[in-house]
Design a binder for this molecule. Structure first.
Ligand code: FEO
Length: 394
């Protein structure tokens, strides 16, 4: 991939990672990109780097645009290694003593990653620096996605370099929102649901703060996926909406099964929910990846979790999913548990403990069926679906 100009003397250069399919537990079926940027002018500024394995190709891109020794400084918006992995190496090429601008937490975290040798210059929230003919304004955006994260706003060009926020794990030939259209939104939603959901409250505060500041924004350039130039407000509004977590009349029946009994229960519950007018779907945890299930959790109003009891505990995929979902702290859900068992039957209680911990409103003590559901068992599944459906209203 060759670098290209996104604004006058402002260039995208980065890496398209076509082949990554597992991004520390997140399924990236369509790869991702690591976006970095070069601003040429009286001062030449590099914003972010790429994953270390792409360093060599990335340096070739830089050399197409500039003698690397003429780069004056680097801005590190985020320490995570998909963006700072090439920092040490690029500093060796451009000159080790040159400043690396970062947030205060960035200075700590970069030190903990690279253990010295970088000329780190910490900037404050809201601070502006003049570099040549350009003014850069820094906004601290703690926890989007790490404590060190910040945005860099290029004042004269009205471009916001937003690091992870507003990104998508998507590798394609398109570089801008207008080239791909609506097809990018499911990727943006999945990214939000799996990476940023637990920071919803902070996102709403940040959106308010940026609105109050009244910064005109012509383009948002995240560090992953396509850049937003046609309508940058669209992704900001989507973030506000997703952060509000308003539940839809939608139920997910998330489960795993050993001998199809919990599966049969899940399908009967879905049938009953659908009969009551709920958008319901079964989600088998060995056929749908946890990060895709999580994307659907974002706007679902009801979460039903089903697990057989295995060795007095939860089935491993269900335990995995509950652990994953718990970490992302979804809100505003009603919930119930179910499952088949042989002799001890602890799974439903264990699920309930996790649902309580997540502060979901549990609308039924849970349904346990020994071994294989019979007619009476299916009637109990239908009754559970009906009870959950009716709980949407109260
Ligand atoms: Fe894309 Fe939090 O790194």
């Amino acid at each position: 991939m060759k670098p290209f100009e996104i604004g006058k003397n402002i260039f995208w250069l980065g890496a398209v990672d076509w082949n990554v399919r597992d991004f520390h537990g997140y399924s990236t079926y369509q790869g991702t990109t690591y976006n970095a940027f070069l601003i040429r002018g009286e001062k030449n500024i590099l914003i972010d780097t790429v994953k270390q394995e792409f360093f060599s190709d990335w340096m070739d891109q830089i050399r197409l645009l500039i003698d690397p020794k003429k780069i004056d400084c680097v801005i590190s918006n985020h320490t995570e290694l998909d963006h700072s992995g090439s920092l040490e190496w690029v500093m060796h090429v451009i000159g080790s003593g040159k400043p690396v601008y970062c947030s205060k937490m960035g200075a700590q975290n970069l030190t903990r990653h690279f253990h010295g040798g970088l000329n780190l210059t910490a900037v404050n929230d809201g601070e502006e620096i003049k570099l040549g003919e350009r003014t850069l304004k820094f906004l601290e955006t703690r926890m989007l996605h790490w404590p060190d994260s910040m945005f860099t706003y290029l004042q004269e060009d009205q471009i916001l370099f937003s690091s992870d926020a507003f990104g998508q794990h998507y590798a394609g030939t398109e570089r801008f929102d207008d080239q791909i259209g609506e097809a990018i939104m499911p990727h943006a939603k999945k990214y939000f649901a799996n990476i940023l959901l637990l920071y919803s409250t902070l996102i709403l505060k940040l959106a308010e703060k940026v609105t109050r500041m009244g910064l005109p924004i012509k383009m948002i350039c995240p560090d992953h996926g396509v850049m937003w130039r046609k309508d940058p407000r669209k992704i900001v509004q989507a973030y506000v909406e997703w952060s509000q977590q308003k539940p839809k009349k939608k139920a997910l029946v998330i489960y795993d099964s050993m001998w199809h009994s919990t599966q049969a229960m899940a399908e009967a519950i879905v049938e009953s929910l659908a009969r009551e007018g709920v958008d319901a779907r079964p989600m088998h945890l060995r056929t749908i990846h946890r990060s895709d299930v999580m994307t659907d959790v974002l706007d679902a109003g009801a979460i039903l979790i089903g697990s057989p009891t295995l060795n007095n505990g939860l089935f491993p995929t269900v335990a995995d999913f509950l652990c994953y979902m718990k970490g992302l702290k979804p809100q505003n859900k009603i919930a119930a548990a179910f499952g088949s068992y042989g002799w001890s039957g602890e799974a439903v209680q264990l699920i309930n403990q996790d649902l309580e911990e997540m502060k979901f409103r549990i609308v039924d003590p849970g349904l346990k069926i020994q071994y294989v559901p019979d007619q009476k068992g299916f009637e109990a599944c239908h009754a559970l679906g009906q009870k959950v459906a009716r709980a949407f209203n109260g």
